[in-house]
Design a protein around this ligand. Structure first.
Ligand SMILES: *Cc1c(COP(=O)(O)O)cnc(C)c1O
Length: 402
């Protein structure tokens, strides 16, 4: 763990990272958020909670996840060495289980009767349904009917895992409507229900709490890299949707000024086409969404704009408040990768290393593939491989006619 970080006290007592974050919620939710914060502050300092979480990370998730040196890929590119932090090897196949376990344990500690969430592609839904099955707490996931038809394997998994899946048919029947529907259910009884947010977004304390649960990634990676190489990597990169896997990786390295941190946003079909990318930090401006102040992509009317990415886990018109702050102070650089570059990286990593990455994670891989040839072979790039790509295999095969 990096000691005495000047970033560790973030956010402040009101949940702000500089001008971003906060708790921009209706008065009837303020108490519920304060209760969650108080409960979280209590359990995070309790040895029994930390021990339970640590033993689940080890025996249930399979942590620590290894770091793999992608030697063949590095040699082919003829530049820097590329290393992969294998969050794809976690139980359920991605980093999301790290914070879903934390949230489920918190819900149980608070005596909540139901955990509620929305899901888009179903990744958050599956991870949360898994954690709730393990902890033994009822779970209700809201999902747009259009997404339910598209994401069959995840829908089936959620049903097998025993969660209540609510099909949302209003409007466009996708993620936005699912959020609205889940939120309405939560508002019926915020004292007894808890809304489990799926990334480092939303009102305080979620950006902080989800970051803390995910920071295991960077804590492990920093130690593993030092032990093996006797030095830190030169560049550390991760994809950014809401920003949880990236902040989970970056937190341990924030004080290491020599380590260049790079968040990769989806440029989709092109940054110049409004509505066809999801590069919030690159193209958005400070605004407000889902209970927090952060960079937002807006349309001409000032509403959150339509967004697109080939990776459905990355298409969100806001982003985590800590990322906004880290961009403004220049500690993290935010780059972009197009759908095409992502697809190329998905195939390259599969065929050169035998690792099929999630399309989300393939954005970070694509940045490494683009950057490695500009560096020398004694430099090191550490990529957070946030998840595995089985979920995307049918889609990619159709697209490429495989
Ligand atoms: C959901 C997801 C993401 C995007 O979420 P962040 O909060 O930005 O990390 C990235 N990778 C995978 C594999 C995901 O499932």
């Amino acid at each position: 763990m990096s000691a005495s970080s000047r970033f560790a006290p973030m956010p402040d007592a009101n949940g702000y990272f500089g001008p971003y974050g906060g708790q921009l919620v209706p008065p009837e939710l303020k108490q519920a958020m304060d209760d969650i914060e108080a409960a979280y502050e209590e359990i995070r300092q309790r040895a029994d909670f930390q021990e339970e979480l640590a033993s689940l990370f080890a025996d249930y998730v399979g942590r620590p996840s290894p770091i793999f040196h992608a030697k063949r890929l590095s040699a082919q590119l003829g530049g820097a060495q590329i290393h992969l932090k294998r969050e794809d090897l976690n139980h359920t196949g991605a980093h999301k289980i790290n914070h879903c376990l934390g949230e489920a344990l918190l819900a149980k500690f608070m005596g909540k009767s139901k955990v509620i969430a929305e899901t888009g592609a179903g990744q958050h839904g599956v991870a949360l349904a898994t954690a709730c099955a393990l902890v033994g707490i009822p779970c209700e996931i809201h999902m747009g009917q259009v997404d339910i038809e598209k994401e069959h394997p995840n829908v089936i998994k959620m049903r097998i895992l025993g969660c209540k899946l609510v099909s949302v048919t209003r409007g466009a029947a996708t993620l936005k409507e699912a959020v609205d529907s889940a939120f309405e259910e939560y508002l019926k009884d915020p004292q007894n229900f808890i809304y489990a947010i799926g990334s480092v977004v939303g009102p305080h304390p979620f950006p902080k709490m989800v970051r803390d649960f995910q920071s295991i990634i960077g804590n492990e990676a920093r130690e593993q890299f030092l032990a093996r190489h006797g030095r830190l990597p030169d560049h550390v990169t991760a994809c950014v949707g809401g920003g949880s896997n990236a902040i989970g990786m970056f937190t341990a390295f924030l004080d290491d000024e020599g380590v260049n941190l790079v968040g990769v946003e989806p440029a989709g079909e092109g940054l110049e086409i409004p509505g066809r990318h999801s590069a919030t930090l690159t193209k958005g401006k400070p605004g407000e969404i889902h209970g927090m102040a952060c960079y937002v992509l807006e349309d001409e009317q000032g509403n959150p704009s339509a967004v697109h990415s080939i990776a459905s886990g990355l298409d969100y018109p806001g982003t985590g408040p800590q990322h906004c702050y880290l961009k403004d102070i220049g500690r993290v650089e935010y780059a972009t990768v197009t759908d095409q570059e992502c697809l190329d990286a998905y195939m390259t990593l599969s065929r050169v290393e035998g690792i099929i990455p999630a399309l989300e994670s393939a954005h970070a891989v694509a940045w490494a593939i683009r950057t490695a040839p500009t560096l020398s072979p004694d430099q090191h790039i550490l990529v957070n491989l946030s998840g595995r790509g089985d979920k995307d295999a049918d889609y990619v095969a159709n697209l490429l006619g495989l």
